[in-house]
Ligand binder design. Structure first.
Ligand SMILES: Cc1cc2nc3c(=O)[nH]c(=O)nc-3n(C[C@H](O)[C@H](O)[C@H](O)COP(=O)(O)O)c2cc1C
Length: 208
């Protein structure tokens, strides 16, 4: 490929006249354009080189809600992290998924306890989202919560909370996909307030 490119480049520089020259010039331009943003991964499929920040920025253009995923560690202490990588998976049975960075401290407890709670935050809870997105030792200090039917921490004032049992976990690159089956729904009555939204790296209020 490289030898072909070099050969074609020479044609491009010499600007050969006639049809062959023009075809080769077009060929060179196309290769130069492709080489500007293409690379090849192990499977041999050419693709754009995507930096982490670019990927985060583009993924951040998908507006999401914000959750705090809670569980307990091996000593029974509540732990949790802010997570917007969340989706409903199935209605029958009731399944959902979250994605957790393999560097997350909470992940160990999620995999160990095999139960967790997805707390969907309301728009007044952006500070809570920041707290649980930090590496603070005791994120639950001054956070009102109670234990749910299945022993998972339910944060007070959320728009809804779902206790789940872990049914599948998939290690995918630098994250884990955790699939949970619904055990208990909390606050499933009338919406107390609007949800907190996350878009383009910032928290937003839908009602504002
Ligand atoms: C809005 C928002 C969404 C986030 N979503 C996720 C997510 O889906 N998965 C994840 O692993 N981390 C996510 N994070 C980052 C974690 O909350 C952060 O790394 C946290 O410090 C992990 O805490 P831990 O190491 O105590 O588990 C998110 C952060 C913010 C602010």
């Amino acid at each position: 490929m490289l030898r072909c490119f070099e050969k074609a480049s020479r044609y491009g520089r010499n600007r050969s006249s006639g049809t062959t020259g023009r075809i080769m010039s077009l060929f060179v331009l196309r290769i130069r354009r492709d080489m500007m943003f293409a690379t090849t991964h192990a499977g041999g499929i050419p693709h754009m080189t995507i930096e982490v920040d670019q990927w985060r920025s583009i993924m951040g253009r998908f507006v999401t809600g914000v959750n705090v995923v809670t569980t307990v560690d091996k000593n029974g202490n509540p732990v949790g992290l802010t997570a917007n990588a969340f989706s409903s998976v199935s209605l029958e049975p009731p399944l959902l998924l979250i994605c957790a960075d393999r560097k997350s401290e909470t992940l160990k407890s999620l995999l160990g306890t095999k139960r967790f709670c997805v707390n969907i935050l309301c728009e007044e809870q952006d500070l809570l989202a920041r707290t649980f997105a930090s590496k603070t030792a005791d994120k639950f200090l001054d956070v009102p919560y109670h234990m749910g039917t299945f022993g998972m921490p339910i944060l007070d004032g959320c728009i809804a909370s779902v206790e789940v049992e872990l049914v599948e976990s998939y290690e995918v690159a630098d994250h884990y996909i955790l699939v949970g089956r619904g055990l208990m729904l909390h606050n499933d009555g009338a919406l107390p307030t609007m949800p907190l939204a996350f878009f383009s790296g910032r928290f937003h209020k839908l009602s504002a």
